[in-house]
Design a protein around this ligand. Structure first.
Ligand SMILES: [Zn+2]
Length: 278
């Protein structure tokens, strides 16, 4: 066990449209760029798990926006873009992908989808080495790891099953009831707890290799994962968002959660070694 050294921290971000907002620019495009820009300034390597599916039928022009986003991201040397698959409406030959959920597809279909997805990222100069499944749903573990092995992918998920087949990077958690995940564990992230507690939980964690996660849609809006010490502020924020929504005004104020992420970096970055998956 490493005692004197710093803990190794992988900061990961799931970049995607959020089910409650369904706003392509506010949930996905602008926040992903803001995340990339912030960590470039801090000279900290990060991993972006970018959804290759628009997720919802109401989203228009997803691949045009995704194209523009990936072209911008590939110029940023601190960013590694990796595979995050949602499955709704993927442009894969002869597969009617009307379900967003991985377990609704046969192994044969999944192989075609993974082949397409790896080639898609490579086209932009990214080297797919790790996979993050959507919604933490993987289906049968044995088959899942066999599939990833075939594409030379590691796995980073909330839960990982014991396997010798591939390398796995479970997301670091702490004991606390999480309604969203329907579990008694929560992810150690400023998306859920304040910066100071994030650092405390990382230090308490027995692992020297830590993985954290944050969603792009939590940069400009507060998600289901949202926490705020003052519930009246939470309510007021919701009213304001509803009100602006009535007039179709996009509110791009930074969320409390994103400010906590920035605070965590400013305050504690010297106490960690950072790495990305690439
Ligand atoms: Zn997702």
């Amino acid at each position: 066990m490493q005692i004197m050294g710093k803990k190794l921290l992988y900061l990961t971000f799931d970049c995607e449209v959020y089910s409650k907002n369904k706003e392509l620019y506010k949930d996905f495009y602008h926040p992903t760029l803001a995340i990339a820009e912030f960590f470039k300034k801090e000279k900290i390597p990060i991993t972006l798990f970018v959804s290759l599916s628009k997720k919802f039928p109401s989203i228009k022009d997803y691949y045009i926006v995704l194209d523009s986003l990936l072209k911008k991201l590939r110029k940023n040397k601190y960013v590694s873009v990796q595979l995050h698959l949602h499955f709704y409406d993927l442009p894969v030959n002869r597969i009617r992908s009307k379900s967003d959920i991985m377990k609704d597809y046969s192994m044969n279909e999944l192989k075609k989808i993974f082949k397409w997805a790896c080639a898609f990222l490579k086209k932009y100069g990214f080297n797919p080495v790790i996979f993050r499944p959507a919604g933490y749903i993987t289906g049968k573990s044995e088959e899942y790891y066999n599939l990833l092995k075939e594409f030379n992918l590691m796995s980073s998920n909330l839960k990982e099953y014991p396997t010798e087949k591939i390398k796995t990077f479970p997301i670091s958690t702490f004991k606390s009831h999480n309604r969203y995940l329907k579990s008694n564990k929560s992810i150690i992230t400023p998306e859920i707890i304040p910066a100071k507690k994030v650092h405390k939980e990382f230090q308490k964690n027995p692992d020297n290799l830590l993985v954290s996660n944050f969603h792009s849609f939590s940069v400009y809006s507060s998600s289901v994962l949202s926490w705020h010490p003052c519930s009246i502020i939470k309510v007021l924020r919701k009213i304001k968002d509803k009100f602006l929504g009535l007039f179709n005004v996009k509110n791009y104020n930074e969320s409390y959660e994103w400010k906590q992420m920035k605070k965590f970096i400013k305050k504690y970055k010297n106490q960690y070694d950072f790495k990305n998956f690439k």
